[in-house]
Write a protein that binds this ligand. Sequence first.
Ligand code: SF4
Length: 313
Amino acid sequence: MNNPAPEYRYLFGPVPSRRLGRSLGVDPVPFKTCTQNCLYCQLGTDAAQTLERKNYVPPEEILEEIRRWLTEGIAADYITISGSGEPTLHSRLDEIIEGIHRLTKIPTALITNGTLFWDPDVRKQCSLADVVLPSLDAGDPETFKKINQPHPNLSFERFVEGLILFRKEYSGPIWLEVFLCEGLNTDPDSITNLNRLIRKINPDKVQLNTAVRPTAHPHIRAVPPDILEQIAPQLHPKAEVIADFPKGRLEKSTQISEQIILETLKRRPCALDELADSLQLEPSLTAEYLQHLLKTNQVRIENRSGKFYFCAN
Ligand code: SF4
């Protein structure tokens, strides 16, 4: 394989994001360090569950990598703080976001499960991002426990209260993701309860997602598109079903290496076309890299509703 590319410890992608287009990922906490252990997580089943905010990664090191990445000239629609854990667990999140804004005009997005928004410091730091994408998958404490498997000291009421407070304090856009799992939170009562809370939170958008990619627990089933379309107008604001990543004609990049593909797949399973599009790489070359990664047992293929996803081993 050609194209030796610089390696990044805290950046990945740009990955194809159904909500953010081409999204350069920033990973500020160690692998699967999270406040929850969701059934639908794409990062495996063993979460290092914690509520402790720490300086997990020096912001200076993350910003240095972004500075280096910017010199490579690869396009991105957003720089997204998310990665392989819950980013609000980083105690210096504000320095990371402010530092990115100093380096580039590319807008910042923060993908968070929102469970720490009851903490005023967390709300203040998160409000620095250009767009915030929190999650709410349950309208009652039992469903919350079942789907999100939160840290034992996380209360559902406090979590929802945090989301409501954040809305009052943050003037930027809030796009609330609701992840629906067939048979777990799709019955009429679950939707009614969810809608009651969504009205209180008052996000700018509600976005319905489901298990289109391989999840930690293989028994989690995707909600069929027609059911998602039926549920969408029952929520207020009316939810949008997140469409598949658009396929655009992109120029071949010379900056992509097998290592970057592997780092991307560690955080998110992708289909071949998604990888090629988001990394601005010829599909044939992407296939070549993937073939080698398969041969060397670094990735595997999983079939999800007839679409083949590459996942890191
Ligand atoms: S899906 Fe997100 S919030 Fe849930 S366990 Fe995985 S990283 Fe944490």
